[in-house]
Ligand binder design. Structure first.
Ligand SMILES: *Cc1c(COP(=O)(O)O)cnc(C)c1O
Length: 372
């Protein structure tokens, strides 16, 4: 089977460096908030072009802590896209606030900025744009709306490490940015991890307090915080991987170009490339009718595919308590039935790329084979 991702192939490509980095941590005796974590925070801040980067235990925690840092809680509303990984809405529910959903744009699968103002109320505190699949959201429009209505913007940057919007890295554009280092992300560790990024000194201080029980001075909590840190082993691994991430993102982009040029058929929509935005292809997702037919056809050909995501956020059980269903989300509803992710990872062998293309085009019956 051709897998969707192959994390072992990536590990094997940098094995000696990773093994040495882990060994170093083991013999250092420092496992939480030590020198690796500190150095990694500095390196990420420098890479993204942002003043502060604060390591936390996961991308979900990064969202929760970012929401807490800007004071979101019960009776507040936070605007999120109707289509994303569950954590985007789950984090809002976790701090006691209400996620308010906005449909996505059919070209980008990101929140449709033109629909945001319709749902702003007196309770609205923030907007969380998600750079879905690695394509930056409409940040100019979103920031303008936020400014006009005095809202904070938290970028859910979990899928877009390294992406740029008008020359700026995602995660350095809104008030706060949230990264996930889940193993399959573009910059992924070998366990859970996350990070909050911001240019605001006060928010950075709050995030640092929140990740360690709400204290600045040990054992004297000032607010109710969490235990949410990025451990030294993950930080050491991620420091090694950070050196390669641009090269890996470039490989992802090139594979995506081959897919988009070669996959044909009027019933298939390939991902959009948008001027002034770099797509880092966390996932390569096509939209097609008759998805189930394709899934079983491709499976028979030995090709793994996956649906990201099979249900809109507002239908997730924890979200159903909210009365959001009165509005319609036509694009989200369509895309949940049509989206399909194809195998894409930096190390994917060329012959596998060709196998995927031929299988898809074969399923269409066009018989067009890829000519190298
Ligand atoms: C992965 C992801 C998260 C959560 O990250 P974890 O590290 O798994 O907690 C949040 N939002 C989006 C869009 C993601 O893809």
């Amino acid at each position: 089977m051709i897998p969707l991702v192959d994390l072992v192939a990536q590990y094997n490509s940098i094995k000696p460096e990773i093994d040495a980095a882990i060994q170093n941590v083991l013999t250092s005796g420092k496992f939480i908030l030590g020198p690796q974590e500190k150095a990694f925070e500095q390196e990420i801040a420098e890479y993204l072009g942002v003043k502060h980067a604060i390591g936390v235990a996961s991308g979900t925690d990064a969202l929760i802590i970012a929401l807490r840092a800007i004071g979101v809680g019960p009776n507040d509303e936070v605007i999120v896209p109707a289509y994303s990984f569950f954590a985007t809405a789950g984090a809002v529910l976790s701090v006691g606030a209400k996620p308010v959903f906005v449909d996505i744009h059919p070209d980008t699968y990101n929140i449709d900025a033109a629909l945001i103002e319709d749902v702003i109320t007196k309770q609205t505190k923030a907007i969380i744009p998600v750079h879905l699949y690695g394509l930056p959201a409409d940040m100019d429009e979103i920031l303008a709306i936020a400014q006009k209505h005095n809202l904070m913007v938290i970028e859910d940057n979990a899928q877009a490490f390294g992406a740029k919007y008008k020359g700026k890295h995602t995660g350095a554009i809104g008030d706060l940015g949230c990264l996930s280092f889940f193993p399959s992300k573009n910059l992924g560790g070998y366990g859970d991890g996350g990070m909050v990024t911001t240019n605001d000194d006060n928010l950075a201080e709050l995030v640092r307090m929140l990740r360690t029980h709400g204290w600045k001075k040990k054992y004297f909590p000032e607010i109710l915080g969490y235990n949410s840190r990025l451990d030294e082993i993950q930080a050491a691994i991620l420091r090694v991987k950070l050196k390669y991430v641009d090269q890996w993102n470039k490989a992802r982009w090139e594979i995506a170009q081959i897919y988009s040029r070669s996959i044909n058929g009027i019933e298939i929509t390939t991902p959009s490339e948008i001027i002034n935005r770099s797509h880092v292809y966390h996932l390569y997702v096509i939209c097609l009718k008759n998805r189930n037919e394709y899934i079983s056809f491709l499976k028979n050909k030995g090709i793994t595919t996956e649906i990201y995501y099979p249900q809109p956020l507002f239908l997730a059980k924890p979200c159903l308590i909210e009365n959001n269903i009165i509005r319609e989300f036509p694009i989200t509803s369509r895309v949940t039935h049509e989206s399909l992710a194809l195998p894409l990872y930096p190390e994917i062998p060329a012959n596998r790329i060709i196998d995927v293309i031929n299988a898809i085009n074969g399923c269409l019956g066009t018989k067009k084979l890829l000519i190298e």
